[in-house]
Design a protein around this ligand. Structure first.
Ligand SMILES: C[S@@+](CC[C@H](N)C(=O)[O-])C[C@H]1O[C@@H](n2cnc3c(N)ncnc32)[C@H](O)[C@@H]1O
Length: 168
C-alpha cells in the first residue's frame, strides 16, 4: 500500500461529509438514470452466483439490490471511506439481508482467498490506480468470472463534448 497516494487523499477530501446527501445528489445529478444503470448491472450479473464483490460500494446504492436478487449469494461490499460504509451497513441492517458483509478497504488492497463469480463497481475507475486494481481483481475472479465496471465515459462524438464539459 502506498501511504501517501494522492488519489486516496483526493477521495477523502472530495467525499468528506457528503454521506447523507450522496444518494439524492446522484439521483438528481443523473436525472434518475443512475437507478436504471444499476438495474441494468443486476440484469447483467451471471445466473446463480455464489459470491459477488461490490467494489467501492459507497453508501450501498447497489449492494442491497444485489443481495435481494441473489439471496443465496454472499455479497461483499468493499469501500475506502468509513462514513459511507456506515450508511451502507445501516441500510442492510434495516432490510435485514443476512448475506451481505462490508469491508473497509481500498479496492486496490482488498484480497480474498475465495474467488468471486462477479466483481461489480460503479464510479470507481477514475479514482483508482487501475494498473494495481485490475490484476488483483482479476486474480479474485473464478475462471470465467465477470468484472463489470460502470462509469461515465468521454463522449465518442465531438459534438457532445461541450455538453459533457458543461455537465461536469
Ligand atoms: C461516486 S462514489 C460511488 C459509490 C457507489 N459505487 C455508487 O454507485 O453509488 C465513489 C466511491 O468510491 C470510493 N472510492 C474511491 N476510491 C476508492 C478506492 N481506491 N477503493 C475503494 N473505494 C474507493 C469513494 O469513497 C466513494 O464511496
Amino acid at each position: 500500500m502506498q501511504a501517501h497516494d494522492a488519489r486516496v487523499e483526493l477521495v477523502h477530501r472530495f467525499f468528506s461529509g457528503t454521506g447523507t446527501t450522496y444518494d439524492a445528489v446522484v439521483h438528481y445529478a443523473t436525472f434518475g438514470i443512475d437507478r436504471r444503470w444499476k438495474r441494468r448491472i443486476i440484469e447483467l450479473l451471471p445466473p446463480n452466483p455464489r459470491r459477488i464483490l461490490d467494489l467501492a460500494c459507497g453508501t450501498g446504492s447497489s449492494t442491497p439490490a444485489i443481495a435481494e436478487q441473489f439471496p443465496h449469494c454472499r455479497v461483499i461490499g468493499a469501500e475506502l471511506r468509513e462514513e459511507y460504509l456506515e450508511i451502507a451497513r445501516s441500510k442492510i441492517h434495516k432490510l435485514g439481508w443476512p448475506n451481505v458483509n462490508f469491508v473497509l478497504s481500498r479496492a486496490e488492497d482488498y484480497r480474498s482467498v475465495e474467488p468471486f463469480d462477479c466483481v461489480v463497481s460503479s464510479y470507481l475507475a477514475k479514482y483508482a490506480d487501475l494498473e494495481r486494481l485490475i490484476p488483483v481483481t482479476k486474480a479474485m475472479l473464478r475462471k470465467g468470472g465477470l468484472l463489470l465496471m460502470h462509469d461515465f465515459t468521454y463522449p465518442p462524438r465531438p459534438c457532445l463534448i461541450p455538453i459533457w464539459r458543461l455537465y461536469f
